[in-house]
Write a protein that binds this ligand. Structure first.
Ligand SMILES: [Zn+2]
Length: 335
């Protein structure tokens, strides 16, 4: 068994070296596309691939929301965290040997970037981890933030309800709102990576284009909270946007992608109000709600109806016996 583990690690490293760690592909300040480095988003063009209707993820018009640029006047984030490693979150050890966790409410992070792992000769690809399926768990997920308006409202509600959630953040939003990202971390929620600028044309030009934005966003996150996520969510959803090569790249670089199986449809063009969003969640849950619910919502600027709908969504899911978890590499895939 031990032998198999080492073989897996070595094999993963070999694959990684081939597809992810090529020196020529290393990211540095000069290497990052201008748009990524500045957070500037080009307007969606006619060729922008729309999200799969089934998924209800952000449409290209959502990219406009992400135009906030990092600037020199952003507030300095002070290291005032009372959150405790081990108790409130887990940091992977060098060889990932502490990652088979049994508490689905504890976020998991890495203290190394993938380049630091590579330079130290440590494994980069994750070992096989058994999915957490012991009980019924709902994972509330909020994409496209953090903003400085709706995300704080959502954090207030989660705090009042005593519930943990997962925020899939965009790097340009992190750079613009570092104190909000710090608050998400300090209040024990999980932070996932949702690309740097959410621009479909750039992200899906190639697997490496996608990975460049993941790594850039990791750096933005790690600069603020000191650790980086293993969990990612592809804008538009991997099931609608990834080809096989993207899945291989993501796995070789040690990330785990999760789509969703329930959504409020808050990013669809119909812009449902709070009661419609609640009905949408009930519709997706159906007569036989799944044991693992990964619920897609959004927390960027215009999603005030999502915040309004959230308390009631939490109440009925709690009444139905769901535990509220945070997404980790052990979270089961939603389908
Ligand atoms: Zn998104």
């Amino acid at each position: 068994m031990k032998k198999f583990f080492y073989l897996t690690v070595m094999l993963s490293l070999a694959i990684f070296t081939g597809s992810c760690s090529d020196e020529s592909k290393k990211i540095d300040a000069n290497d990052i596309p201008t748009e990524v480095a500045t957070g500037k988003i080009s307007e969606p063009r006619a060729g922008d691939k729309p999200a799969d209707n089934k998924t209800g993820e952000s449409k290209p018009d959502d990219a406009k929301i992400d135009e906030s640029k990092p600037d020199d006047t952003k507030p300095e984030v002070k290291p005032t965290s009372t959150i405790q490693e081990g108790k409130d979150y887990v940091v992977a050890d060098d060889n990932f040997s502490n990652l088979q966790l049994t508490d689905p409410t504890i976020p998991v992070y890495d203290k190394y970037t993938i380049w630091e792992r590579q330079e130290k000769g440590l494994p980069v690809a994750l070992p096989e981890l058994a999915p957490y399926e012991t009980e019924s768990v709902v994972y509330l997920t909020f994409d496209d933030g953090p903003d400085d308006k709706v995300t704080p409202q959502i954090l207030d509600i989660l705090k009042a309800e005593g519930v943990k959630a997962t925020f899939y953040v965009c790097g340009n939003m992190v750079d613009a709102n570092p104190t909000v990202l710090k608050r998400i971390f300090d209040e024990g929620h999980a932070i996932g990576n949702h690309s740097y600028n959410h621009n479909y044309n750039q992200l899906y030009a190639s697997p490496w284009s996608f990975m460049e934005q993941i790594i850039q966003t990791d750096n933005s996150i790690k600069n603020i909270i000191g650790v980086r996520p293993f969990i990612i969510r592809a804008p538009g959803g991997a099931s609608g946007m990834f080809t096989a090569n993207f899945y291989t790249m993501v796995a070789d670089c040690g990330y785990v992608e999760h789509d969703w199986n329930v959504l409020t449809e808050d990013a669809t063009p119909s812009r449902p109000n709070a009661s419609q969003q609640i009905n949408n969640v009930l519709k997706y849950l159906g007569d036989q709600p799944p044991r693992t619910v990964i619920l897609l919502m959004h927390s960027n600027g215009d999603k005030t109806e999502t915040a309004k709908a959230l308390p009631e969504i939490i109440h009925f899911l709690r009444d139905w016996g769901y535990k509220f978890g945070v997404v980790t590499p052990m979270t089961p895939q939603p389908w």
